[in-house]
Ligand binder design. Sequence first.
Ligand code: ADE
Length: 264
Amino acid sequence: MRVEVFTLFPEVFEPYLSLSIMARARQKGLLEVRLHNIRDWATDRHKTVDDEPYGGGGGMVMKPEPIFAAVEAVLGRPPQVPVILLTPQGRPFTQEVAWELAQQPHLALIAGRYEGVDERVRQHLVTDEISIGDYVLTGGELPALVVLDAVTRLLPGVLGDPDAPRKDSFSDGLLEHPHYTRPAVFRGWKVPEVLLSGHHAEIARWRRREALRRTWERRPDLLARASLTEEDRAFLAQLEAARRASESDPSAAASSPTPEEPAA
Ligand code: ADE
């Protein structure tokens, strides 16, 4: 995949893209990132890229000309690839959107700065707008890196275990189960027995249940859209029943099946 990044701060990207999995993906030729400094397309003596908003008010707005010139110089007019603006007003970035972008052979990311970009960039150049969350950053550089990172690890051949991305949190609509590694006992805290048993079916069942439990506890909103089996639903019903029992009679919580291990 090739990604064209348009930014006023290309130097922000290089260190992160030179580390670990991002670096390996680039070395293997699976990811090519080209950084373009929007300021290089400013035409006046001062290389101006922003200006005051029409209508007054505080803050500065990124001018349309250098952004159009940069994107069209690199990608043609009109660009034949998705042109994505990182902005808090965009559609929310999710694992599903990461999978969608990972199918593209070529795309462009525009990292805005200041109070925003001239609306004509949105209307006549950009084909998609993405937000990484409901908070406002000082620029789109970190969001662009977030998108690049999440997408890169989905590209075929990037991760050692080709099935790894499918097991991630969110990929089946659930948060991931807990992970443990050696030692089996640390400061008296034991790794759950089932994980040491070598019994693969039992381990898979435990992991599924813990993923369900974790999602139910932390992100119940995800359960509504997750694909669940009858067994999953039965387990969730047990969790609900245990919660109701402990709410109506807190002293019963100790004697009823604990939230840690509801009766099978
Ligand atoms: N630029 C500033 N804040 C942002 C956000 N939350 N997502 C994407 N781009 C942004």
